[in-house]
Design a protein around this ligand. Structure first.
Ligand SMILES: [Zn+2]
Length: 489
Protein backbone atom coordinates (compact mmCIF):
# COMPACT_ATOMS: atom_id res chain seq x y z
CA UNK A 1 0.00 0.00 0.00
CA UNK A 2 2.73 2.43 1.03
CA UNK A 3 4.65 2.09 -2.23
CA UNK A 4 1.51 2.60 -4.30
CA UNK A 5 0.56 5.64 -2.26
CA UNK A 6 4.01 7.16 -2.63
CA UNK A 7 3.91 6.62 -6.35
CA UNK A 8 0.51 8.25 -6.77
CA UNK A 9 1.11 11.16 -4.38
CA UNK A 10 4.83 11.75 -4.76
CA UNK A 11 4.98 12.04 -0.95
CA UNK A 12 6.84 10.20 1.81
CA UNK A 13 4.06 8.21 3.44
CA UNK A 14 4.30 7.18 7.10
CA UNK A 15 3.77 3.43 7.05
CA UNK A 16 2.23 3.28 10.54
CA UNK A 17 -0.34 5.94 9.69
CA UNK A 18 -2.08 3.93 6.97
CA UNK A 19 -5.51 3.34 8.48
CA UNK A 20 -8.38 1.68 6.65
CA UNK A 21 -11.86 2.40 8.00
CA UNK A 22 -14.87 1.16 6.01
CA UNK A 23 -13.99 1.69 2.36
CA UNK A 24 -11.70 4.67 2.98
CA UNK A 25 -8.01 4.51 3.90
CA UNK A 26 -6.39 7.48 5.61
CA UNK A 27 -2.67 8.22 5.83
CA UNK A 28 -0.18 10.87 6.83
CA UNK A 29 2.71 11.89 4.63
CA UNK A 30 5.40 14.51 4.31
CA UNK A 31 6.90 16.62 1.58
CA UNK A 32 10.04 18.29 2.86
CA UNK A 33 9.11 19.74 6.22
CA UNK A 34 5.40 19.89 5.40
CA UNK A 35 2.97 17.25 6.66
CA UNK A 36 -0.08 16.33 4.65
CA UNK A 37 -3.02 14.07 5.32
CA UNK A 38 -4.50 11.90 2.64
CA UNK A 39 -7.26 9.47 1.87
CA UNK A 40 -7.94 6.77 -0.64
CA UNK A 41 -11.64 7.03 -1.35
CA UNK A 42 -13.89 9.97 -0.54
CA UNK A 43 -13.36 10.40 3.19
CA UNK A 44 -14.05 13.22 5.56
CA UNK A 45 -10.97 15.31 4.80
CA UNK A 46 -11.11 18.17 2.32
CA UNK A 47 -8.25 18.50 -0.19
CA UNK A 48 -7.13 17.92 -3.75
CA UNK A 49 -7.50 14.82 -5.89
CA UNK A 50 -4.01 13.82 -7.00
CA UNK A 51 -4.71 10.52 -8.71
CA UNK A 52 -6.46 7.23 -8.21
CA UNK A 53 -5.73 3.85 -6.74
CA UNK A 54 -7.78 0.69 -7.22
CA UNK A 55 -10.54 2.76 -8.81
CA UNK A 56 -10.73 5.18 -5.88
CA UNK A 57 -9.75 8.84 -5.76
CA UNK A 58 -6.57 9.65 -3.84
CA UNK A 59 -6.98 12.93 -1.96
CA UNK A 60 -4.16 14.96 -0.40
CA UNK A 61 -5.07 17.67 2.07
CA UNK A 62 -3.44 20.18 4.43
CA UNK A 63 -3.02 19.27 8.11
CA UNK A 64 -5.22 22.15 9.19
CA UNK A 65 -7.75 22.39 12.01
CA UNK A 66 -10.74 21.33 9.90
CA UNK A 67 -8.97 18.22 8.66
CA UNK A 68 -7.73 17.41 12.17
CA UNK A 69 -11.35 17.47 13.34
CA UNK A 70 -12.31 15.29 10.37
CA UNK A 71 -9.62 12.75 11.24
CA UNK A 72 -10.73 12.65 14.89
CA UNK A 73 -14.23 11.95 13.73
CA UNK A 74 -13.19 9.28 11.20
CA UNK A 75 -10.56 7.64 13.44
CA UNK A 76 -11.72 8.05 17.05
CA UNK A 77 -8.36 6.83 18.42
CA UNK A 78 -6.82 10.10 17.21
CA UNK A 79 -9.04 12.00 19.67
CA UNK A 80 -8.22 12.21 23.38
CA UNK A 81 -10.25 10.36 25.95
CA UNK A 82 -10.67 10.22 29.71
CA UNK A 83 -8.07 7.93 31.27
CA UNK A 84 -9.62 7.35 34.68
CA UNK A 85 -7.25 5.93 37.28
CA UNK A 86 -4.83 4.40 34.78
CA UNK A 87 -1.21 5.10 35.67
CA UNK A 88 -0.41 7.99 33.39
CA UNK A 89 2.36 10.22 32.20
CA UNK A 90 1.82 13.76 30.96
CA UNK A 91 4.08 14.65 28.06
CA UNK A 92 3.82 18.32 27.31
CA UNK A 93 4.87 19.18 23.78
CA UNK A 94 5.52 22.90 23.58
CA UNK A 95 6.59 22.73 19.94
CA UNK A 96 3.89 20.43 18.61
CA UNK A 97 6.56 18.16 17.12
CA UNK A 98 7.28 15.70 19.93
CA UNK A 99 4.25 13.39 19.94
CA UNK A 100 5.76 10.63 17.76
CA UNK A 101 8.79 10.48 20.08
CA UNK A 102 6.54 10.50 23.14
CA UNK A 103 4.48 7.62 21.76
CA UNK A 104 7.56 5.54 21.04
CA UNK A 105 8.77 6.16 24.62
CA UNK A 106 5.53 4.94 26.28
CA UNK A 107 4.33 2.29 23.85
CA UNK A 108 4.31 -1.11 25.50
CA UNK A 109 5.00 0.21 29.02
CA UNK A 110 1.39 -0.07 30.20
CA UNK A 111 1.32 3.66 30.95
CA UNK A 112 -1.39 5.85 29.51
CA UNK A 113 0.09 8.94 27.87
CA UNK A 114 -1.35 12.43 27.96
CA UNK A 115 -0.16 13.79 24.65
CA UNK A 116 -2.02 17.09 24.36
CA UNK A 117 -0.90 18.96 27.43
CA UNK A 118 -0.10 22.60 27.78
CA UNK A 119 -0.73 25.22 30.41
CA UNK A 120 -2.25 28.56 29.60
CA UNK A 121 1.06 30.12 30.63
CA UNK A 122 3.02 27.93 28.20
CA UNK A 123 0.57 28.71 25.40
CA UNK A 124 1.08 32.40 26.01
CA UNK A 125 4.84 31.99 26.01
CA UNK A 126 4.93 29.85 22.88
CA UNK A 127 2.17 31.79 21.09
CA UNK A 128 0.06 28.70 20.59
CA UNK A 129 -3.66 28.16 20.86
CA UNK A 130 -5.41 25.24 22.59
CA UNK A 131 -6.69 23.96 19.26
CA UNK A 132 -3.16 23.80 17.83
CA UNK A 133 -1.98 21.83 20.85
CA UNK A 134 -4.82 19.35 20.34
CA UNK A 135 -4.34 19.10 16.57
CA UNK A 136 -0.59 18.48 16.83
CA UNK A 137 -1.31 15.56 19.16
CA UNK A 138 -3.84 14.17 16.66
CA UNK A 139 -1.33 14.30 13.79
CA UNK A 140 1.39 12.70 15.90
CA UNK A 141 -0.96 9.90 16.92
CA UNK A 142 -1.92 9.32 13.29
CA UNK A 143 1.72 9.36 12.19
CA UNK A 144 2.55 6.58 14.64
CA UNK A 145 -0.76 4.72 14.20
CA UNK A 146 -1.13 4.74 17.99
CA UNK A 147 -4.48 3.12 18.73
CA UNK A 148 -4.11 2.50 22.49
CA UNK A 149 -5.76 5.78 23.50
CA UNK A 150 -4.35 8.95 24.99
CA UNK A 151 -5.40 11.75 27.28
CA UNK A 152 -5.31 15.54 27.08
CA UNK A 153 -4.67 18.04 29.83
CA UNK A 154 -5.50 21.73 29.84
CA UNK A 155 -2.83 22.34 32.42
CA UNK A 156 -2.74 25.00 35.14
CA UNK A 157 -5.97 26.76 34.31
CA UNK A 158 -6.27 29.56 36.85
CA UNK A 159 -9.00 31.78 35.45
CA UNK A 160 -12.46 30.39 34.90
CA UNK A 161 -12.78 32.26 31.61
CA UNK A 162 -9.78 30.35 30.25
CA UNK A 163 -11.89 27.19 30.39
CA UNK A 164 -13.94 28.30 27.38
CA UNK A 165 -11.16 27.91 24.81
CA UNK A 166 -9.81 24.62 26.18
CA UNK A 167 -13.28 23.08 26.36
CA UNK A 168 -13.93 24.20 22.78
CA UNK A 169 -10.64 22.64 21.67
CA UNK A 170 -11.82 19.26 22.93
CA UNK A 171 -9.64 18.82 26.03
CA UNK A 172 -10.80 15.99 28.26
CA UNK A 173 -8.92 16.79 31.47
CA UNK A 174 -8.64 20.16 33.13
CA UNK A 175 -6.03 20.94 35.73
CA UNK A 176 -7.53 23.59 37.92
CA UNK A 177 -4.87 25.62 39.67
CA UNK A 178 -6.37 27.70 42.47
CA UNK A 179 -2.87 28.92 43.39
CA UNK A 180 -3.77 32.63 43.53
CA UNK A 181 -6.44 31.75 46.12
CA UNK A 182 -4.02 29.88 48.40
CA UNK A 183 -3.00 32.00 51.38
CA UNK A 184 0.67 31.07 51.85
CA UNK A 185 0.93 33.52 54.75
CA UNK A 186 -1.22 31.25 56.87
CA UNK A 187 1.94 29.32 57.77
CA UNK A 188 3.29 32.37 59.56
CA UNK A 189 0.22 33.70 61.40
CA UNK A 190 0.06 33.36 65.18
CA UNK A 191 -3.09 31.95 66.86
CA UNK A 192 -4.61 35.41 67.44
CA UNK A 193 -4.07 36.49 63.86
CA UNK A 194 -5.42 33.15 62.64
CA UNK A 195 -8.64 33.68 64.61
CA UNK A 196 -9.12 37.13 63.14
CA UNK A 197 -8.45 35.97 59.59
CA UNK A 198 -10.79 33.02 60.02
CA UNK A 199 -13.68 35.16 61.27
CA UNK A 200 -13.16 37.54 58.33
CA UNK A 201 -13.25 34.70 55.76
CA UNK A 202 -16.00 34.49 53.18
CA UNK A 203 -17.65 31.11 53.77
CA UNK A 204 -20.25 31.41 51.02
CA UNK A 205 -18.07 29.63 48.44
CA UNK A 206 -17.72 26.76 50.90
CA UNK A 207 -21.49 26.78 51.54
CA UNK A 208 -20.97 26.63 55.27
CA UNK A 209 -20.34 28.88 58.27
CA UNK A 210 -17.30 29.54 60.43
CA UNK A 211 -18.77 27.54 63.31
CA UNK A 212 -19.98 24.64 61.21
CA UNK A 213 -16.65 24.23 59.46
CA UNK A 214 -14.75 24.43 62.73
CA UNK A 215 -16.88 21.75 64.35
CA UNK A 216 -16.26 19.40 61.40
CA UNK A 217 -12.52 19.31 62.01
CA UNK A 218 -11.25 21.00 65.16
CA UNK A 219 -10.32 18.53 67.88
CA UNK A 220 -10.98 15.59 65.56
CA UNK A 221 -8.82 12.75 64.43
CA UNK A 222 -9.36 11.05 61.08
CA UNK A 223 -8.17 7.49 60.57
CA UNK A 224 -6.40 6.87 57.31
CA UNK A 225 -6.09 3.77 55.18
CA UNK A 226 -3.08 1.81 56.38
CA UNK A 227 -3.54 2.69 60.04
CA UNK A 228 -2.13 6.20 60.41
CA UNK A 229 -4.27 9.28 60.99
CA UNK A 230 -4.43 13.04 60.66
CA UNK A 231 -5.83 15.34 63.30
CA UNK A 232 -6.62 18.99 63.70
CA UNK A 233 -6.42 21.07 66.83
CA UNK A 234 -8.13 24.45 66.71
CA UNK A 235 -5.06 26.25 65.36
CA UNK A 236 -4.36 23.63 62.70
CA UNK A 237 -7.93 23.79 61.44
CA UNK A 238 -7.86 27.59 61.25
CA UNK A 239 -4.59 27.46 59.36
CA UNK A 240 -5.82 24.83 56.88
CA UNK A 241 -9.08 26.71 56.31
CA UNK A 242 -7.40 30.06 55.76
CA UNK A 243 -4.72 28.58 53.54
CA UNK A 244 -6.96 26.42 51.34
CA UNK A 245 -10.56 27.62 51.88
CA UNK A 246 -10.49 30.06 48.96
CA UNK A 247 -8.76 27.46 46.82
CA UNK A 248 -11.47 24.88 47.56
CA UNK A 249 -14.17 27.40 46.63
CA UNK A 250 -12.38 28.18 43.37
CA UNK A 251 -12.07 24.51 42.38
CA UNK A 252 -15.78 24.03 43.16
CA UNK A 253 -16.66 26.92 40.84
CA UNK A 254 -14.44 25.56 38.08
CA UNK A 255 -15.92 22.06 38.44
CA UNK A 256 -19.46 23.36 38.22
CA UNK A 257 -18.64 25.52 35.24
CA UNK A 258 -17.07 22.53 33.46
CA UNK A 259 -20.06 20.39 34.27
CA UNK A 260 -22.46 22.91 32.82
CA UNK A 261 -20.47 23.63 29.67
CA UNK A 262 -18.59 20.47 28.70
CA UNK A 263 -21.63 18.38 27.81
CA UNK A 264 -19.40 15.31 27.63
CA UNK A 265 -17.32 13.26 30.06
CA UNK A 266 -14.39 15.17 31.49
CA UNK A 267 -11.82 14.81 34.25
CA UNK A 268 -10.50 17.31 36.72
CA UNK A 269 -7.18 17.61 38.46
CA UNK A 270 -6.69 20.02 41.35
CA UNK A 271 -3.16 21.35 41.71
CA UNK A 272 -1.57 23.54 44.32
CA UNK A 273 1.97 22.46 43.47
CA UNK A 274 3.17 25.91 42.49
CA UNK A 275 2.39 27.53 45.80
CA UNK A 276 5.21 28.58 48.04
CA UNK A 277 3.92 26.76 51.09
CA UNK A 278 4.20 22.96 51.42
CA UNK A 279 0.89 21.04 51.71
CA UNK A 280 0.90 19.00 54.92
CA UNK A 281 -0.92 15.66 54.85
CA UNK A 282 -3.59 17.15 57.17
CA UNK A 283 -4.06 20.07 54.79
CA UNK A 284 -4.31 17.65 51.89
CA UNK A 285 -7.01 15.86 53.89
CA UNK A 286 -8.88 19.11 54.52
CA UNK A 287 -8.65 20.18 50.87
CA UNK A 288 -9.87 16.81 49.55
CA UNK A 289 -12.56 16.32 52.19
CA UNK A 290 -13.98 19.77 51.49
CA UNK A 291 -14.02 19.21 47.73
CA UNK A 292 -15.82 15.95 48.35
CA UNK A 293 -18.38 17.55 50.66
CA UNK A 294 -19.10 20.11 47.94
CA UNK A 295 -19.71 17.45 45.30
CA UNK A 296 -16.52 17.75 43.26
CA UNK A 297 -15.16 14.62 41.65
CA UNK A 298 -11.56 14.59 40.50
CA UNK A 299 -9.16 12.13 38.96
CA UNK A 300 -5.91 13.49 40.33
CA UNK A 301 -4.53 15.94 42.82
CA UNK A 302 -1.17 17.66 43.06
CA UNK A 303 -0.26 18.73 46.57
CA UNK A 304 2.80 20.88 47.04
CA UNK A 305 5.17 18.15 48.18
CA UNK A 306 8.07 18.50 50.55
CA UNK A 307 11.49 19.31 49.09
CA UNK A 308 12.38 21.16 45.93
CA UNK A 309 10.89 20.16 42.58
CA UNK A 310 12.99 22.46 40.46
CA UNK A 311 12.62 22.63 36.72
CA UNK A 312 14.48 20.12 34.60
CA UNK A 313 16.65 18.63 37.34
CA UNK A 314 16.48 15.88 39.93
CA UNK A 315 14.68 16.19 43.27
CA UNK A 316 16.48 18.31 45.83
CA UNK A 317 15.83 17.26 49.40
CA UNK A 318 16.02 14.49 51.95
CA UNK A 319 14.75 11.24 50.42
CA UNK A 320 13.77 9.76 53.80
CA UNK A 321 11.74 12.82 54.66
CA UNK A 322 10.14 12.67 51.22
CA UNK A 323 9.19 9.03 51.67
CA UNK A 324 7.69 9.62 55.10
CA UNK A 325 5.63 12.59 53.99
CA UNK A 326 4.63 11.10 50.65
CA UNK A 327 3.40 7.91 52.35
CA UNK A 328 0.97 10.04 54.34
CA UNK A 329 -0.27 11.85 51.23
CA UNK A 330 -0.89 8.46 49.66
CA UNK A 331 -2.81 7.37 52.77
CA UNK A 332 -5.02 10.47 52.50
CA UNK A 333 -5.55 9.72 48.80
CA UNK A 334 -6.54 6.11 49.52
CA UNK A 335 -8.92 7.22 52.28
CA UNK A 336 -10.74 9.97 50.42
CA UNK A 337 -10.22 8.65 46.89
CA UNK A 338 -8.89 6.74 45.30
CA UNK A 339 -7.54 9.31 42.90
CA UNK A 340 -4.09 9.74 41.46
CA UNK A 341 -1.37 11.77 43.10
CA UNK A 342 -0.14 14.05 40.37
CA UNK A 343 3.56 14.82 40.36
CA UNK A 344 4.09 18.22 38.79
CA UNK A 345 7.47 19.46 37.66
CA UNK A 346 7.87 15.70 37.32
CA UNK A 347 10.65 16.02 34.75
CA UNK A 348 13.95 14.45 35.71
CA UNK A 349 13.06 13.55 39.32
CA UNK A 350 14.82 10.21 38.94
CA UNK A 351 15.71 9.75 42.60
CA UNK A 352 12.10 9.89 43.82
CA UNK A 353 10.41 7.89 41.03
CA UNK A 354 11.04 4.51 42.69
CA UNK A 355 9.55 5.79 45.97
CA UNK A 356 6.53 7.26 44.21
CA UNK A 357 5.96 4.15 42.10
CA UNK A 358 6.20 1.87 45.13
CA UNK A 359 3.99 3.86 47.50
CA UNK A 360 1.23 4.79 45.06
CA UNK A 361 0.97 1.32 43.56
CA UNK A 362 0.27 2.97 40.23
CA UNK A 363 -2.24 5.58 41.43
CA UNK A 364 -0.03 8.29 40.02
CA UNK A 365 0.17 10.79 37.23
CA UNK A 366 3.65 11.97 36.32
CA UNK A 367 3.54 15.35 34.62
CA UNK A 368 6.42 16.54 32.45
CA UNK A 369 6.88 19.20 29.81
CA UNK A 370 10.13 21.12 30.04
CA UNK A 371 12.26 18.03 29.73
CA UNK A 372 10.91 17.44 26.22
CA UNK A 373 11.79 20.99 25.26
CA UNK A 374 15.33 20.30 26.46
CA UNK A 375 15.50 17.18 24.31
CA UNK A 376 14.44 19.25 21.32
CA UNK A 377 17.26 21.65 22.13
CA UNK A 378 19.64 18.68 22.40
CA UNK A 379 18.46 17.47 18.99
CA UNK A 380 19.16 20.92 17.54
CA UNK A 381 22.66 20.78 19.04
CA UNK A 382 23.19 17.66 16.91
CA UNK A 383 21.40 18.81 13.76
CA UNK A 384 22.47 22.46 13.60
CA UNK A 385 25.32 23.26 16.03
CA UNK A 386 25.61 26.86 14.83
CA UNK A 387 21.96 27.57 15.59
CA UNK A 388 22.32 25.89 18.96
CA UNK A 389 25.24 28.16 19.84
CA UNK A 390 23.20 31.26 19.08
CA UNK A 391 20.26 30.03 21.15
CA UNK A 392 22.50 28.97 24.01
CA UNK A 393 24.22 32.35 24.30
CA UNK A 394 20.89 34.15 23.98
CA UNK A 395 19.44 31.98 26.79
CA UNK A 396 22.43 32.79 29.00
CA UNK A 397 21.62 36.45 28.57
CA UNK A 398 17.92 35.96 29.34
CA UNK A 399 18.21 33.70 32.38
CA UNK A 400 18.24 36.24 35.18
CA UNK A 401 15.08 37.86 33.78
CA UNK A 402 13.19 34.75 32.72
CA UNK A 403 13.74 32.72 35.87
CA UNK A 404 11.37 34.92 37.88
CA UNK A 405 8.27 32.72 37.66
CA UNK A 406 10.13 29.41 38.09
CA UNK A 407 11.55 27.28 40.86
CA UNK A 408 15.18 27.16 39.78
CA UNK A 409 18.56 27.74 41.37
CA UNK A 410 21.06 27.59 38.48
CA UNK A 411 24.15 29.73 38.76
CA UNK A 412 24.74 31.50 35.45
CA UNK A 413 28.45 31.78 36.28
CA UNK A 414 28.63 28.00 35.90
CA UNK A 415 27.32 28.11 32.33
CA UNK A 416 30.27 28.82 30.02
CA UNK A 417 29.75 30.79 26.79
CA UNK A 418 29.29 28.76 23.62
CA UNK A 419 32.70 29.86 22.36
CA UNK A 420 34.28 27.78 25.13
CA UNK A 421 32.66 24.57 23.83
CA UNK A 422 33.49 22.33 20.87
CA UNK A 423 30.67 21.12 18.60
CA UNK A 424 31.13 17.64 20.01
CA UNK A 425 30.49 18.89 23.54
CA UNK A 426 27.26 20.71 22.67
CA UNK A 427 24.65 17.93 23.08
CA UNK A 428 26.21 16.94 26.42
CA UNK A 429 25.86 20.38 28.00
CA UNK A 430 22.18 19.38 28.20
CA UNK A 431 23.22 17.04 31.01
CA UNK A 432 24.51 19.85 33.19
CA UNK A 433 22.30 21.07 36.06
CA UNK A 434 22.91 24.77 35.48
CA UNK A 435 22.70 24.68 31.71
CA UNK A 436 19.45 22.68 31.84
CA UNK A 437 17.73 25.25 33.98
CA UNK A 438 19.02 28.16 31.90
CA UNK A 439 17.71 26.56 28.70
CA UNK A 440 14.53 25.43 30.44
CA UNK A 441 13.16 28.74 31.67
CA UNK A 442 14.10 30.73 28.58
CA UNK A 443 12.05 28.68 26.10
CA UNK A 444 9.45 31.42 25.66
CA UNK A 445 12.04 34.08 24.97
CA UNK A 446 13.86 31.84 22.52
CA UNK A 447 10.70 30.96 20.61
CA UNK A 448 9.34 34.49 20.44
CA UNK A 449 12.56 36.50 19.84
CA UNK A 450 11.90 38.91 16.96
CA UNK A 451 8.43 37.42 16.54
CA UNK A 452 9.96 34.03 15.91
CA UNK A 453 12.16 35.24 13.09
CA UNK A 454 15.34 35.03 15.15
CA UNK A 455 15.20 31.39 16.29
CA UNK A 456 11.75 29.86 16.10
CA UNK A 457 11.55 29.29 12.38
CA UNK A 458 15.06 27.88 12.13
CA UNK A 459 14.49 25.77 15.25
CA UNK A 460 11.39 24.21 13.73
CA UNK A 461 13.11 23.79 10.38
CA UNK A 462 16.01 21.90 11.97
CA UNK A 463 13.74 19.51 13.87
CA UNK A 464 11.51 18.97 10.86
CA UNK A 465 14.46 18.35 8.59
CA UNK A 466 15.77 15.57 10.81
CA UNK A 467 12.79 14.44 12.87
CA UNK A 468 14.26 11.03 13.72
CA UNK A 469 17.09 12.70 15.68
CA UNK A 470 14.46 14.52 17.74
CA UNK A 471 12.41 11.36 18.31
CA UNK A 472 15.48 9.34 19.28
CA UNK A 473 16.45 11.92 21.92
CA UNK A 474 12.91 11.81 23.35
CA UNK A 475 12.71 8.02 23.38
CA UNK A 476 15.92 7.80 25.34
CA UNK A 477 15.18 10.51 27.88
CA UNK A 478 11.42 10.02 28.38
CA UNK A 479 12.11 6.30 28.52
CA UNK A 480 14.06 6.91 31.74
CA UNK A 481 11.00 8.70 33.15
CA UNK A 482 8.50 5.99 32.41
CA UNK A 483 10.63 2.93 33.23
CA UNK A 484 10.18 3.12 37.04
CA UNK A 485 6.38 3.24 36.57
CA UNK A 486 6.05 0.72 33.77
CA UNK A 487 3.93 -2.32 34.51
CA UNK A 488 5.70 -4.67 32.12
CA UNK A 489 9.13 -4.17 33.58
ZN1 LIG B 1 2.46 22.28 37.91
Amino acid sequence: MKEHLQKVTGLDVYQASISPVGDVTYFLARRGSEKLVGSVGAGKIVGQKVGSLGGKDVIVAPTDAANAAAIRSALPWTAPKCLGLATSVGLGDRLGLATPGHIRAVRGTGLAPILAQQSIREMTRTVRKPQQVMDCATWGVLQEGFRDGFGSDADHVQKLEDLDAVVAAGFTMFTIDPGPHVVNDADRLDPTALKQRYQAMDFSGLETTADALRSCYAGKEFKLAGGSSVSFDETELLRAAIKYGGAVAHVVKAFRKLKSMAGRPFELEASVDETESVTSPAEHYFFAAELKRLGVTWVSMAPRLVGRFEKGVDYIGDLNEFRRSFAQHVAVMRTLGPYKISIHSGSDKFSVYPIIAELTGGLVHLKTAGTSWLEAVRAVARIDPALFREIYDFARGRYETDKASYHVSADIAKVPPASALSDKQLPDVLDDFHTRQVLHVTFGSVLTADDGKRFRNRFYAALQRDEEVHYAALVKHIGRHVAPFARNR
